[in-house]
Write a protein that binds this ligand. Sequence first.
Ligand code: G6P
Length: 608
Amino acid sequence: MCGIAGYIGRDQAAPIILDGLSRLEYRGYDSAGIAVYDGEKIHMQKAMGRLRVLEEMTQHGATLPGFCGIGHTRWATHGSPSDTNAHPHMNEENTIAVVHNGIIENYAVLKSRLEKKGYRFASETDTEVLAHMLTEYYRGDPVEAIEKVMHRVEGSYALGIMFLDHPHHIYAARKDSPLVVGEREDGKFIASDVPAILHYTRSVYYMENEEIVCLSNEHTRFFNVDGESIQKEPVTIDWDIHAAEKGGYEHFMLKEIHEQPQAIRDTVSPRIRENEIDLDDIGLDEEKIRGLRRISVVACGSAYHTGVTGKYVLEELARIPVEVDLASEYRYRNPIYEPDSLTIVVSQSGETADSLAALRDAKAHGSQVLAIVNVVGSSIAREADNVLYTWAGPEISVATTKAYSAQLAAFYLLALKFAQIRGTVTPERFRTLLDALRRLPGQAESLLAQKEKIQYFANHYLATEHIFFMGRGIDYALCLEASLKLKEISYIHSEAYAAGELKHGTISLMENGTLVVAVATQDALYPKTVSNIVEVKTRGAFVMALTTFKHNDMEKCADYVLYVPETEGPFMGSLSIIPLQLFAYYVSLGRGLDVDKPRNLAKSVTVE
Ligand code: G6P
């Protein structure tokens, strides 16, 4: 998501910080800022847009002299992209400056408490609460103030902090958001990612959760969250710069596949409070939700596929009729708008031309539009009546993975909330589903460990010309995405079929050795899909099946079986998709293709 770079040493800080931030540009951002301490005052400069703007404003750092500073590139989460919302954030007295990556989940409660005490906020960000809280707890010892803040905030953070009282010192801390400390003889660095400092040093300390560091020219001191001194050993980084940007992964796609547990967690956890789902910001009061008679989901590509899953989940749990449309079809088909309906536009980039046009059409016809969007401040986010953001972070690989997973999670939140309000699930079922939702990120993590098994299987199918995916219900919705992923990056022709529909045509394509990927994770539909597997096998197909551990009888009918952990039926797609994304990835890799930039495709399709 955002990027942090900080420096203290014998050189001018600003040019080093700006250079560090430029090495993090690949992560995506919408504004940048820097604070430099010249020994008397903390000087700050922020600019919306590319880092180039900030570099020009500061004459490449020359207007901000000083040997100690922190900088940040912001990818907006709370509050739109703007100069004011850009980091660093300072307290009212300009004595404490903070940069922050991550999300402070309880910021709203903290902010209103601080406001009652008279603290005035300049920005809409969650980060600013940190600057004011540090002011509140600061009694001369920065580490003690940081500890106190850490005990009170919930969420994820990597922080870089300067205190006017402590010239030539930088403080940093982290929880669930990466942070590294670099050292060389004449200077020290903090960074959210290794590439920011790799040009200066290869000696790095990885900060662990709930650790604090104090850097000065003389010392590098680490503390735990109780302020006790701890010892850490530096490691030597031997990656090349290019690999470092990808966090050591060979491709952004593989990195983003691995970021999915976090993307789901970041989308879900800020919206669950004390066993309730808090969606107060989506502009639908309980009366409106109770009265909903229809939902239209409109999107393109993978976002459309999350809509197909969303239909199954919303209809099953909240009992609202849902129609799902490709935006390019919807905008020209003269759709029927009814009162008491809701249009949901789903988009990672928030800039897809057809989705934006569909949104405008819906609004022009008086339909309330809720957008599920990843990029804050994007056109769709701005024009929708309300937004449910997915906190997947910037996605770089053209083939979406983590944004898709975060969109699914957003649909689960909506379905659960609507179901609770409409009384279509019992309180017990609601709790069970909520618990399952909380467990999803951990289960997704466990699946990533199956990588080698999937790579082994993928390597046997590099020369295949056609692959068929089949499943029923949510498994079918998932097959649509698995098939798209494969064809996008491997250039192998593939199709997704509702398993029951095969015999109405596609079964004629089955011959000896045809690869069929069968997904069977829905208990009620399991025997039906097994029958379809038998049908294609009888015609010579080779079947790789994907099911849950309890259905190990699958070994008797499929040729190769991949198992996924079990969750509640409506949420299964979030787990089943991971092995199939990895399958597409390894096929593409094995065929020697450009995984992250497949031919003819664009990440954001802003033309019709
Ligand atoms: C492009 C991308 C897909 C994406 C689709 C919709 O085709 O390659 O990965 O699903 O656009 O994009 P959006 O940004 O609206 O989700």
